[in-house]
Design a binder for this molecule. Structure first.
Ligand code: GAP
Length: 489
C-alpha cells in the first residue's frame, strides 16, 4: 500500500465517522484525535479482543483499572523523571524542534531509497552505537556529517542535541502553595506494579501470573505525525507477567510468540508482521523486541515485549518502604522452598490506536465492480465481522407497503446480540456502498416477496454475493459468521 492510499485512508476515516481531529472547530490540536461513531465501535471491539485473549483465556491473568493520576514518587521509582526523554535538536532559523535520531533515521531511509545501501548500513550502525552510548555529541556530529537540513528552513544551523522529558505535568491541590506536581501517566504499566501485592493477595494468585490493563497514556511527543500512529494522548493495552527470577527468558520467548500469533489471527496478512530486536534497551529491560507491522509508510512498531527484570518492583519497594515480594512455597531442585523474592516481569504492551490504524489500513480496499452493467469502484473495509462497527444493516426496499415494519421487526429481534443499522433512503446499491465503506459484513433487504413468503435477501460484504434466505434463518447464519471463536479459538 502506498503513501497515496494512506492519505485516502485518513480522509476515509474522517468522512465515515471513524476518526476526527480533536477540537476541529478550533483548527485541531497537534497529535490529538477523537474517535467518531464508527471508530469507537471498532476500537471497543479491538479492546475486547485483547481483553478476552488475556483475561478470559488465561486463568492466571486478571485485569485492573488503575487511576491515571499516581503518586509523584511512582515516576521517580520507575525512572521516568530522570530517564524518559528523547534526544532533541532545534534548527536556529526555523525554530523547529526535531528528534535527532529521527532525522538520522529519515536520512537512512533516503539513502535506501536512492540505492545507497552501504551508506545506509554504515549510518544505521553509527546511529545505533550513539544511542547505545547515549552520546549526544556524536548524534550532532552525524547530523552535520550527513549534511541534514531542516525541512522548513532548509538550513544546517543546528543547536546542540539535548534530552527532553516527554511527561506532561500538572498540579494537584487547590492552593498554589500546597500544590503538588503530578504527572499524567506516560505508560499504564506503573498502575499494575503498584497494585502487584493488592491483586496477588486478594486474588490468591500464584506465580507465574499476570495483571492486564487498558487505558490512556500521555506523552509530549515532539514528532507527532502519521495520523494516529504517534499521538500525545493514546491508549495502551498492557500486561505484566510476574515470574520466578531465572525463568524470565522462557516467558519472554513464550509471550513473544503468543503475541505475534494473536496479531496474525486478525487476518491482516502474515507477511505484514516482523520482529525487531532492540539494540538500545530501555532503562528497565534485559531483553526487548518489537512486533512491527507493515504500515503504508513502512514497517513500524505495533507492540513491544519487554523483559523488565525486577527493576520496577525493586525501586517501588525501595522508595515506598513497603515490601513487594512473593512467598513461593514450591520446592526447588534441592527440595527447599524458593521462599521470598521480588518477582521478575515480562511485559506485553500494544498501542490500541496503532492496532486500530493497522486494521484500518490493511482492510481498506478500492475495488472495481460492475454496477448496472457499468464499471464502477467501491471502497470496502474487510474488517473481521466480529470487530466491525455494525454487524448487520437492514433495508426495506421501499418506504411503504409495510416493508419498514418487517425490517424493524428483524432489527428488534437482532439488536440485543448485534449492532444493527436501519436505512430506507436511496437506491439499494447506494445503501450497500455506504455499508461497505464502514465494513458492515451483512446487509439484509426486505422486499415485497418478504411479505408473501417470509424470506429476505442477504448480501455478503466481501463477495457481494446475494442469497434468498428465510427470515427465521437469519439468526443462525449470523451466529455462524459473527463469533469470537474465529479470532480466539
Ligand atoms: N510500558 C512499556 C511501554 O510503554 P512503549 O514501547 O513505549 O512501551 C508501548 O509503548 C506501545 O504503546 C507501543 O508499541 C505503541 O504501540 C504504543 N505507543 C507508544 N507511544 C505511542 C504514541 N505516542 N502514540 C500512539 N501509540 C503509542
Amino acid at each position: 500500500m502506498s503513501e497515496d492510499i494512506f492519505k485516502q485512508v485518513v480522509s476515509h476515516a474522517k468522512e465515515y465517522g471513524f476518526v476526527f481531529p480533536s477540537s476541529e472547530i478550533y483548527d485541531g490540536l497537534g497529535a490529538v484525535y477523537d474517535y467518531g461513531q464508527n471508530g469507537v465501535e471498532l476500537k471497543n471491539n479491538l479492546r475486547q479482543y485483547w481483553w478476552k485473549a488475556m483475561t478470559q483465556l488465561h486463568e492466571n491473568i486478571v485485569g485492573i483499572d488503575a487511576a491515571i493520576f499516581m503518586h509523584p514518587k511512582t515516576w521517580k521509582a520507575s525512572g521516568h523523571v530522570d530517564g524518559f526523554s528523547d534526544p532533541m535538536i532545534d534548527n536556529k532559523d526555523s525554530k523547529k524542534r526535531y528528534r535527532a535520531d529521527q532525522l538520522l533515521e529519515d536520512k537512512i531511509a533516503r539513502y535506501e531509497k536512492d540505492g545507497k545501501t552501504q551508506k545506509a548500513e554504515q549510518l544505521q550502525h553509527e546511529l545505533d552505537q550513539a544511542l547505545l552510548d547515549s552520546n549526544l555529541v556524536q548524534l550532532k556530529t552525524l547530523i552535520e556529517q550527513h549534511e541534514i537540513v531542516c525541512p522548513i528552513s532548509g538550513t544546517r544551523n543546528w543547536t546542540d542535541v539535548r534530552q527532553f522529558n516527554l511527561m506532561f505535568s500538572t498540579e494537584m491541590g487547590a492552593m498554589a502553595e500546597d500544590a503538588d506536581k503530578i504527572y499524567l501517566r506516560p505508560e499504564t504499566a506503573q498502575g499494575i506494579f503498584v497494585n502487584f501485592l493488592n491483586v496477588q493477595k486478594t486474588g490468591r494468585m500464584k506465580i507465574p501470573f499476570g495483571i492486564a490493563q487498558t487505558g490512556k497514556a500521555f506523552r509530549n511527543e515532539i514528532i507527532a505525525r502519521q495520523f494516529i500512529m504517534r499521538m500525545r494522548e493514546f491508549e495502551q493495552m498492557e500486561m505484566q507477567f510476574f515470574v520466578r527470577p531465572g525463568t524470565q527468558k522462557h516467558w519472554y520467548e513464550y509471550w513473544k510468540e503468543a503475541r505475534l500469533n494473536w496479531h496474525k489471527k486478525l487476518g491482516l496478512g502474515e507477511q505484514n508482521y516482523r520482529y525487531h530486536d532492540h539494540v538500545k534497551l530501555a532503562h528497565y529491560a534485559d531483553a526487548a523486541v518489537d512486533i512491527e507491522f507493515n504500515f503504508p509508510f513502512g514497517f513500524k512498531e505495533l507492540e513491544g515485549i519487554h523483559s523488565r527484570t525486577d527493576f520496577d518492583l525493586r525501586n517501588h519497594q525501595e522508595l515506598s518502604g513497603k515490601k513487594l515480594q512473593f512467598f513461593d512455597n514450591e520446592l526447588d531442585e534441592s527440595g527447599k522452598p524458593y521462599g521470598n523474592y521480588i518477582p521478575y516481569v515480562v511485559e506485553t504492551s500494544v498501542g490500541l490506536d496503532r492496532l486500530f490504524l493497522a486494521v484500518l489500513c490493511a482492510s481498506y480496499k478500492e475495488e472495481e465492480v460492475i454496477n448496472e452493467d457499468k464499471k464502477d469502484t467501491r471502497v470496502v473495509l474487510t474488517i473481521p465481522p466480529v470487530l466491525a462497527p455494525y454487524k448487520v444493516a437492514v433495508f426495506p426496499l421501499t418506504k411503504k407497503d409495510g416493508l419498514p415494519e418487517v425490517a424493524r421487526n428483524i432489527i428488534n429481534d437482532l439488536k440485543i446480540d448485534y449492532t444493527c443499522f436501519y436505512e430506507e433512503k436511496d437506491a439499494i446499491g447506494k445503501r450497500y456502498r455506504r455499508q461497505d465503506a464502514i465494513g458492515t459484513p451483512f446487509c439484509i433487504t426486505v422486499d415485497h416477496e418478504s411479505l408473501e413468503n417470509q424470506t429476505v435477501t442477504i448480501r455478503y460484504r466481501d463477495s457481494m454475493k446475494q442469497e434468498r434466505i428465510a427470515i427465521a434463518d437469519i439468526k443462525k447464519i449470523l451466529a455462524d459468521e459473527i463469533n469470537w471463536h474465529k479470532l480466539l479459538a
